[in-house]
Design a protein around this ligand. Structure first.
Ligand code: BMA
Length: 321
């Protein structure tokens, strides 16, 4: 198997989260973390859900990637007050370092639906809200770590109504571009869900990582079991370095599926949701080294955080399974 769960799993559960009154005490769950190696440490941005079902983002840091200290403060966004409309939840942050800045793309649930929001930090202590950066309903936005052809690029999964009474979701990941990170246009589709198979609905996982072979990208696929239960799994694709709308290879099988009790049982059963990926070694030109250790952080059953380990070359091989 290309992804091996760490013995330490579940990596973080609600008992690892300190009481942070007035935001929360004794929270319900912690899941879907963003992850990055930034300023010489492994850092997560945790999605913590209170018993009031409010959502908070909480930093956590580590020296080795598998033992984390959770900060005793929640992220407060400077500049968020300029949004007049009520925001219900800010969640599923995806982290991308560009130069000395760390950008955070996240989903925002608000009255008009779900939008992508963008934030930035340089020290992982002060967080600035930059704006709502999708005019359309969208989720699972992930920023590329460098400009390509003079443009910033991101992958995202626009949301469409699927069935009456069901939340919006989607089966197409698209590429979008921007000159200034704030105003975005959709360039075109990158990949679609495969009806009847493990990835009927899809959405980006962690931000893509540059390798000599192409952009390595994890995504989640959802098998919709007669619309009664959704099974969230992880897969991997390889996108062309110069034109990431071109899929060079895509795993036929999932590379991680709910098998452990902490993945199968929780507030949303049968979910592995990869949201952070840290490649430890790059060459001088910024390409991930084939033998580099890769840590994949994921939410399990919308209840706990888990981590799995692999290498760049194993993920590349899985693209062609
Ligand atoms: C998706 C998102 C994720 C969540 C998953 C399973 O639509 O809301 O945040 O982990 O559903 O509930």
């Amino acid at each position: 198997m290309s992804l091996r769960r760490c013995d330490c799993n579940p990596l973080l559960t609600r008992v690892d989260i300190p009481d942070l009154a007035p935001s929360f005490t004794d929270p319900t769950s912690v899941f879907n973390p963003g992850a990055v190696y930034f300023n010489n440490r492994y850092s997560l941005l945790l999605r913590v859900q209170s018993r009031g079902r409010e959502t908070f983002l909480v930093p956590a840091h580590s020296d080795n990637g598998t033992q984390f200290n959770v900060a005793s403060e929640v992220v407060t966004w400077r500049g968020l007050g300029k949004v007049a409309e009520q925001i219900y939840h800010i969640y599923d942050p995806r982290l991308t370092g560009i130069g000395d800045k760390l950008y955070i793309l996240f989903a925002i649930d608000m009255e008009r639906g779900c939008r992508l929001g963008l934030g930035v930090t340089v020290d992982y202590q002060h967080f600035d809200f930059l704006g709502i950066v999708s005019d359309w309903d969208s989720r699972n936005g992930v920023l590329f770590p460098e400009q390509i052809g003079g443009r910033y690029l991101r992958l995202e999964r626009p949301n469409k109504p699927l069935e009456a009474g069901c939340p919006n979701s989607g089966s197409v990941i698209v590429l979008s571009e921007s000159e200034d990170l704030l105003t975005w246009r959709q360039v075109g589709p990158v990949m679609s869900g495969r009806a009847h198979f493990w990835d009927e609905l899809i959405g980006s996982g962690p931000p893509p990582v540059k390798t000599r072979e192409g952009w390595l990208h994890l995504y989640h696929g959802i098998a919709t079991h007669f619309m009664t239960s959704n099974i969230y799994q992880a897969g991997v694709v390889l996108l062309d370095l110069n034109d990431p709308t071109i899929v060079k290879a895509r795993s036929r099988n999932n590379i991680l599926e709910p098998r452990e009790a902490y993945e199968q049982v929780g507030q949303v059963p049968n979910v592995v949701f990869p949201s952070g990926m840290i490649v430890e070694e790059f060459d001088d030109d910024g390409y991930g080294l084939p033998e580099s250790r890769v840590l994949v952080y994921y939410g399990a059953a919308d209840t706990v955080v888990a981590v799995a380990e692999t290498t760049v070359s194993q993920l590349l091989a899985a693209c062609n399974d």
